[in-house]
Structures are given as structure tokens and as C-alpha cells.
Design a protein around this ligand. Sequence first.
Ligand SMILES: [Zn+2]
Length: 171
Amino acid sequence: MTSASNRRYFCPQCGVDALESVDNKLYGCSRCGHTYFHNTAVAVSAVIERAGKIAWITRAREPGAGLLDLPGGFVERDESLEAAVMRETFEETGFKLLAPRYLFSIPNRYVFHGVRYSTVDVFFGCTLADSTEFQPNDEAAALDWLAPAAVDPGRIAFESTRLALAEMLKA
Ligand SMILES: [Zn+2]
């Protein structure tokens, strides 16, 4: 049986399945010597504040379907963090944001289709640019404005968001 640690992958340089993990982010090809870095991905989350309350979505899909989350997602190529948080928030809620401001970041692990990715989640404080109404969609089933102290951590989908809630409660 082949364990995950000595599994071989196809090398992006020579195309042969000779790429093996050296450590948790570095892969080396035993055929051509190519080095591949499986770097940390960046995700962004919006902490949208209105009158002391934060906008929480109820996730419509797995992972964490039915649980609370902040609007957000992965940063695309050639995209700034600010543009990413504005784009993801608009896609998930229909909300347009004013210039987001950096709050804090938290390292995270994200499992997608059975593969575990190392990420860093970057949280931005945001305010709404307009009074657009939230429309339920295939990513966000509902949206609730909840003060940080009113949120049950057990209803939050991801550990990094629970840590973000703890940061909000310190503020
Ligand atoms: Zn190679």
C-alpha cells in the first residue's frame, strides 16, 4: 500500500510521475530535478459592520452547509486582496462594499475534494456602499446581522472564523 507521504505526482516540467514530497510544501522530481512549491493559498473574509452588528451568511453548500460563515473566498490570480473581498462579497450577498480595511490574518487548512490546502485567511473590516437587499443564492442560504457576542461559536463552519470571532470580541 502506498501512503500519502511517498505518493508520486506528475512533474509539471518533464511530465513524468516522478515528483515526490520533500516536506509539506516542497516537491522534487527524481527524473529532471525540477522543484515544485505547493505554496499557501490566500483567502479573504469580509467583516461587514452595521450598527455594531456583523453580516453572517448561512452556508448553502458543503463544507459546513447550514452553518455560519463570513462572506469571502479565494483570491484569484492578478487580484488584490481588497478586490477579492469585494468580488466575493458581491457574488455571495449582492452587497457592494466601501474600501475594505485590513483587520488581521489567521493561518488555516482547507480540504477540497479530499486534498488539504494550507491557506492564510485575511479578514477585512467593511461597510456597505448601499442598502442593497440580500438575495439567497447557491452559496448563501440566508444572511443575519448578529452582534459578535450573540454568535454561538458552535454554529460557525470553520475554525479560523471561530478564531476571527474571538478577535472581534477582543475589539
Ligand atoms: Zn521532472
